[in-house]
Write a protein that binds this ligand. Structure first.
Ligand code: SF4
Length: 379
């Protein structure tokens, strides 16, 4: 039976706690600042400074785990304006990577708050984001179309539709999983830059030019170490799936955990050094040096340095990571076209592809299958 009730939070409280919600701007109706006021007036100095603090904190820690100084004690209107200024400034920035990284941190903070909120607040946030969630004694019901929209970018095996419980056209998920879906909805919303008119863009980028330059310096940049030709790797011989994973990270887009695992395991098998593998993730919007080092170490140091076996093609396909039919967003014709070698019936593994194309791989011991795919003597 549905247990949905109206939210106990006022619009003002909701707009302050979840400034990304449509309609949250109503919180500043009485102040009614113009865009120019917000960008230049001394009256809004504090809002702008708090907005910069939101950005700085997110760029340094995209996990959303670091509190923004002075944000909790700020008035709701100030909190909202600081959010709006941060979003405007990053929408006007000359590169997209800071906006993406900030969106990850804000989405994680928002979903963390909603995950711990009363059920009526949880459902209200979902409703205002445009998702008709229903609370039941068993969990949260998510309309099928909403589920597909939110779960597709996550692309974790556990979120695949075939693994979900369906109830009359809706997907039943546990509350923590519903919060993760909302996190994705928030991230997708905030990753879209606001339309900023030319005069406002100029005022933003010129008024905060030093701050933006510092932000761009702080955003971890994707490494070109793989393509330098100085190591054993031959990136132009990589299979389409691995090339696509690298492109995603280099352009500051998200790569699923299954993709991150596959890429690290593949690069390790190709002879990349530990630091080279870590560098491959620097463009990820949520890149964290210590977490990445820990995860790469886990993947590459298993069994005394043998490491996990990269997943085979069938496994990558099941995770939506195979691009043998071409990547429509690829930069070159070769990326967009179907790959003949990938369509050969004998081709079963990305490492096998790489070896056939002339890449060298590190030989492995027997019985070393990884968690996402088993070893094969034919690679
Ligand atoms: S067929 Fe295999 S090697 Fe080719 S893109 Fe798909 S997963 Fe990668």
């Amino acid at each position: 039976m549905a247990v949905r009730r109206p939210s106990a939070l006022s619009d003002r409280e909701l707009g302050s706690a979840y400034p990304f919600l449509p309609g949250a701007e109503a919180i500043v109706t009485e102040l009614a600042p113009s865009l120019r006021d917000l960008i230049t007036s001394p009256v809004y100095d504090t809002a702008r400074e708090l907005g910069r603090a939101r950005i700085r904190t997110a760029i340094d820690d995209p996990t959303g785990g670091t509190p923004v100084p002075a944000l909790d004690s700020a008035a709701p209107e100030l909190r909202y304006l600081s959010f709006l200024y941060a979003r405007l400034l990053l929408s006007a920035a000359p590169a997209a990577a800071p906006l993406r990284r900030w969106a990850v941190a804000e989405a994680k903070q928002g979903s963390g708050r909603v995950a711990a909120a009363p059920i009526d607040e949880f459902l209200e946030v979902g409703r205002r984001l445009g998702f008709s969630l229903t609370g039941t004694a068993e969990g949260i019901l998510v309309p099928l179309t909403d589920y597909l929209h939110l779960a597709t970018p996550i692309r974790e095996g556990d979120y695949r539709l075939v693994r979900q419980s369906l109830r009359a056209g809706q997907v039943l998920v546990a509350r923590d999983r519903a919060a993760r879906l909302l996190q994705e909805g928030i991230r997708l919303r905030l990753t879209q830059p606001l339309a900023v008119a030319d005069d406002a863009r100029t005022a933003l980028t010129e008024g905060d030019s030093e701050f933006l330059a510092d932000v761009l310096r702080r955003v971890p940049a994707p490494s070109t170490r793989l393509g330098s030709g100085g190591g054993p790797l031959l990136p132009d011989r990589f299979p389409p799936c691995i090339r696509r994973m690298r492109r995603l990270l280099e352009s500051g887009e998200n790569l699923s955990h299954a993709g991150r695992f596959a890429l690290a395991a593949f690069l390790h098998r190709g002879g990349a050094s530990f630091d080279t593998i870590v560098d491959a993730y620097r463009g990820a919007p949520d890149f964290d040096e210590s977490i990445t080092r820990y995860q790469v170490e886990h993947i590459t140091q298993r069994d005394g340095g043998i490491g996990y076996e990269p997943p085979e093609c069938a496994t990558l396909r099941s995770h939506g990571l195979c691009y043998r039919d071409g990547d429509p967003t690829g930069p070159a014709p070769v990326d967009r076209a179907p790959d003949p070698l990938c369509h050969e019936p004998f081709l079963r593994h990305p490492v096998q592809y790489y070896r056939i194309r002339g890449g060298s791989v590190v030989e492995r011991g027997a019985g070393d299958g990884g968690p996402l795919g088993g070893g094969s003597s034919s690679r």
